[in-house]
Design a binder for this molecule. Sequence first.
Ligand SMILES: [Cu+2]
Length: 137
Amino acid sequence: MRSTPVMSTATRSARHGPKLGIIAVVALLVAACGGGASPAPSFPAGSVVVHAKGLAFDETELQVPAGTAFSLAFVNEDGDLHNIAIRTEADGKGDLLFRFDPVASKTIVVTAGPIPKGNYFFLCEIHPSMHGTVFAY
Ligand SMILES: [Cu+2]
């Protein structure tokens, strides 16, 4: 049963290789754009993923590993500049533990930490109304 479809696929690939290649690329693009809820699969394993859209973060609580560097993937779907700064106190106060420069309409992956175990606060430095809590544990 199984050998018949496999053989016919192989035969089609041989005859229409380039065409199938184009179809595969289109399928990947659709997969990348579709859904929206699930993070893109291209980020490093274990990445903390944050989206910014409509002047809001999609996460208000970030759980990050304490005492070790981690990968932070930031997807800014807005044309507005956004960034993330992690501080020891809310409202942009306290010590600055981490930040990256604002980006617009862009996805970046940065290395953050190490941050000691504890509870912290993150915000967009341009739009302080975009904020949330960081749990390093
Ligand atoms: Cu912002």
